[in-house]
Write a protein that binds this ligand. Structure first.
Ligand SMILES: Nc1nc2c(ncn2[C@@H]2O[C@H](COP(=O)(O)OP(=O)(O)OP(=O)(O)O)[C@@H](O)[C@H]2O)c(=O)[nH]1
Ligand SMILES: [Mg+2]
Length: 314
């Protein structure tokens, strides 16, 4: 029986989408009278420390305590195709494809990957559709999706990819200090790699002069903070063709602004070879590691003394 009124959340049958180990802590969950008492912390020590939903900040220690992930910040305005590219990336791995020489080895956010990619699958009588718009939310931290990939040398890489709402970047481009751009600033500060999305459909549309100004304003904002961090410039929806002169002028300006960059045309339309293009994008980006990723280490929230042990000296 579904009790949580939040769309796509099926707590308590499966773990809460908001990441609460105990559904009684979730403000969205419809509580029955006998559940309204505060939860008992002692009961919770038996819960799993993760539930497959997208990570929040407090979950990152599950990875950062033992390795330094590649932290890939997706940057792009509203409806520029960010979530769709994430979903198609997961579906490639799900179907056994590798990203170059890197194959799927695990994920701590499988529920979240399934949520965004389920729209692109055939589900019974329903034909595939696009994932819905990513909601703005209250916090500064975007949905964080985790992948573990095994390289040819048998070592594994942890990737953390952001799935942010585009509105953050529209505000950030206009005013770096905008209250509504906290999430964009957080990604800019913490990402080790960037994927910068340019919506081909907007540049090909009637409002292309404004679209060009918007793209370049966001590119300038990112350039002001990115330094030598690698930036994959993703021309999303590349099945929609842009006037070559316009595309060339945007591309030239972006080449002046970003120091370590490469351009990728990407579309999920089957005749545009999304598998090869998606693979090329992630392979190029994650093979660039010149920039040392920031330390995202966070204190463990677990009350488990074994997990919290930090050695004899502290
Ligand atoms: N033609 C075409 N349209 C696409 C493609 N990918 C996405 N779209 C369209 O773009 C819309 C937005 O895609 P999303 O992936 O939700 O974009 P987003 O950047 O995550 O958007 P926000 O979550 O609002 O920031 C989709 O609903 C589709 O209509 C593509 O490869 N080709
Ligand atoms: Mg989205």
């Amino acid at each position: 029986m579904k009790e949580c009124p939040k769309e796509h959340c099926f707590a308590p049958e499966i773990p809460c989408n908001e990441g609460h180990l105990d559904t009684r802590d979730c403000p969205f969950y419809t509580k029955t009278p006998d559940e309204r008492e505060p939860s008992n912390a002692a009961e919770r020590t038996h819960s799993f420390p993760w539930n497959g939903s997208s990570f929040g900040l407090s979950d990152l220690h599950l990875i950062t305590s033992h390795s330094k992930p590649l932290f890939i910040g997706l940057i792009g305005p509203f409806s520029s195709g960010k979530t769709t590219v994430l979903a198609i990336t997961y579906l490639l791995l799900y179907n056994g494809h590798k990203l170059g020489s890197k194959g799927f080895a695990g994920s701590l956010t499988l529920t979240a990957w399934e949520q965004i990619s389920s729209y692109l699958k055939f589900r019974g009588h329903q034909i595939p559709s696009f994932p819905p718009h990513t909601p703005i939310g209250q916090g500064r931290v975007p949905g964080l999706l985790h992948l573990l990939l095994r390289r040819e040398d048998d070592d594994c890489e942890n990737w953390v990819l952001t799935d942010p709402p585009g509105e953050w970047f529209e505000k950030w481009a206009l005013n770096a200090d905008d209250e509504g751009a906290k999430g964009a600033r957080w990604i800019a500060d913490n990402a080790s790699h960037f994927a910068f999305f340019i919506d081909s459909a907007l540049l090909a549309g009637e409002a292309s002069p404004k679209a060009k100004l918007d793209v370049l304003a966001l590119a300038e904002r990112l350039a002001s903070v990115a330094g030598s961090r690698p930036i994959a410039v993703v021309w999303s929806k590349s099945d929609v063709k842009i006037d070559p002169t316009l595309k060339g002028s945007v591309r030239n300006r972006i080449d002046e602004l970003f120091s370590v960059k490469a351009h990728f045309d990407l579309s999920i339309m089957p005749n545009e070879d999304p598998i090869a293009r998606c693979t090329a994008l992630w392979t190029w980006l994650t093979d660039r590691s010149a920039w040392a990723a920031p330390d995202l280490y966070l204190e463990p929230v677990s009350e488990d003394f074994f997990l919290a042990y930090r050695g004899g000296n502290g």
